[in-house]
Design a protein around this ligand. Sequence first.
Ligand SMILES: [Zn+2]
Length: 344
Amino acid sequence: MAAYDSDRFSRQTRFAPLGSEGQAKIAAARVAIVGCGALGSASALALARAGVGFLRLIDRDVPELSNLPRQVLFDEADVAAGLPKAVAAAAHLARIDTTLTVEPVCADLTADNASTLLRGVDLVVDGTDNFEARFLINEVCCREEMPWVHGGAIGAEGRVLAIRPGVTACLRCLVPDPPPPGTLPTCDTAGIIGPAALVVGAVQAAEALKMLVGATDRSSGRLLVCDLWDNIWRTVDLSLLAATGCPTCRDGDYPWLEGRTAARPTVLCGRDAVQVSSAGGAVDLARLAERLATVGHVVANPWMVKADVEAGIQLSVFADGRAIVAGTREESRARAIVARYVGA
Ligand SMILES: [Zn+2]
């Protein structure tokens, strides 16, 4: 059994359903959190403080001021420092518990890398904001028979579903035909209040703890739906969906992993920004930083270069060649800016 500080976690082990045996399982657990925004921040904080031994934080973005009302792992200093969210989040979590192993990964979860990024963990937590990433998680987890916890928040509403492939309904059972990008309300159009994200992240963390200690009878595969403004809390029984299954969890059909789905949206949720994936591959960040310094203010670190390239436009380029253009929602303009300053 994994070792842990029995004094530090005494209030948790005193909770009978966990006990010392449960705490040892938590200490030995390896969890991947995809997305370190509002939900990922909240669930990562809760799981790190609960004593989970290993956390892999996967995120594609950088923190900005409009994130701070709900993304509890970041502060103004992180925005000023211009570090990627995964790196800034890992630094915060390491200060909470020096024995925690945190692995920051600055990447966008894609069909090409999802299997690799979600390898070697016991459970995945969904902190994403888009259907593509969620369906990629769903397909990897169904294929590997790995539990994961889906979560979503918008406005004052939240939803959580703990998924155990082969036992509970999966995401595709629940959403057989995901709507095309742009047709659903997002944080941009409907807004969001911080407490909704905190609640969802906290419930996701609780569901994760239950599955990690094997209390699966308590994680029944019911969908939680809540509305904090109207104070409505209900759960929806999905056992009929689970009994039928879907092409993914029943037949092993993985359209998102195999690239048989529509092209991904590039306008990022929650901000005026467009992601441009690189055709050219890895970028020499040091040389790029030198070049951009002649254009405007530059912040550079080993993971990325961020520069004020035009009025109201901020360009962030990551080592893998990915770029985020903030200050526009027009994909064509974002691509032109990347071509102009990165040359990709
Ligand atoms: Zn299914």
